[in-house]
Design a protein around this ligand. Sequence first.
Ligand code: NDP
Length: 433
Amino acid sequence: VAKNPAQPEFHQAVKEVLESLRVVIEANEDEYRKDALLERLVTPERQILFRVPWVDDKGQVQVNNGFRVQFNSAIGPYKGGLRFHPSVNLGIIKFLGFEQIFKNSLTSLPIGGGKGGSDFDPKGKSDREVMAFCQSFMTELYRHIGADTDVPAGDIGVGGREIGYMYGQYKRIRDVYEGVLTGKGLTYGGSLARTQATGYGLLYLTEELLKCNGSDIKGKTVAVSGAGNVAIYAIEKAQQLGAKPVTCSDSTGWIYDPEGIDVELLKEVKEVKRARLTEYAAARKSAEYHEGKGVWSVKCDVALPCATQNELLLEDAKQLVANGVQAVCEGANMPTSIEATEYLQANKVLFVCGKASNAGGVATSALEMSQNSERLSWTFEEVDSKLKQIMVNIFHSIDDAAKKYGMEGNYVAGANIAGFLKVAEAMKAQGIV
Ligand code: NDP
């Protein structure tokens, strides 16, 4: 804390991981204290901060802050998304980059951890303004990334449009056509099923979790927060698996639709029109719209927080438990506070943290990298079946790790331990770097 003041989200993420690793570290104290392995693990290999000047539609110059934190490259090139949101600061990017190390390790694919972004807000900007910003952002970032060095992707506020503008600028500056970004459009190297991957992957893992605990996703009522990339495809897959998602939300309000969310309408409102959820409510008789927060007050069997960090707090956890929730699986990164997580676990709710349950996105990004390297593209079914297998494997590896260290059913500890062991081995093998 003294070395990195005013980074509460980063401290929260480190605390959560190190608490779970206590049992592993205490059992092998010499091994993990040696050569300051833990200090190196919590210190980014490189942090890049830069200015992003751009010209708005009124001809005025705007200036934003740009970030890329290259956290750990022990098991592969840095990999992790770019977030464009006014709340972005170094502490948030560090928390996301730190989590990414373990998530990427859990996928079993060769990718290290990184994250980046800007406090730029794409909301309400014209396409030209977004392009101007993305080009300026890449004009600095290009020198730090590459297909074998660091491969950024999307995150909050960065979808296909932003990735396209950034890819175009990278190619123009570097004059190489390589898989330097993932989440690309299908006409220029993108992977089928990447758009769906995080949401679909979340449901594949949730399905396996319930199955292994004597239950079934089919017929379950599901509460989802968010209405972006992760939430939309979580809702779609939940329906395909026979569950009934009844909520979604954005930063101004939320929807309760007891007949089940109409996912095509939601896509039209959010992906095509880029509008507010009030438009969903206006077009759908069965839907109620509420201002502010409240998704977790709805009675549900499964809760899937898919919006942003710290959106499910202790009070929400109490409400979910009182309403009989069976499972909470995180689609977003760190949406559940530590207190809420502990409350859910103490009340025997099956709880899986984002670094395991939302790893489908980055796993499919790594599959996009493989396709780019071999200059081939795989079918939707091929990618989707690999994704499903990866998510099922992740569930079993975190379940096994929890059992091995005497914490059966504690999937948070299982995820942190399983993710950590591989990275720690690779770091030890590569010496003090
Ligand atoms: P999007 O930008 O597509 O959607 C984010 C959604 O969350 C929007 O509905 C947004 O509402 C809402 N939201 C964002 N910030 C806030 C806030 N501060 N308060 C309330 N609501 C908010 O992002 P994604 O769906 O891609 O990402 C969602 C989460 O999933 C993030 O935590 C991200 O890190 C994580 N994630 C994403 C992956 C991916 O592949 N996309 C992979 C792994 C994790 P509004 O539109 O009003 O801003």
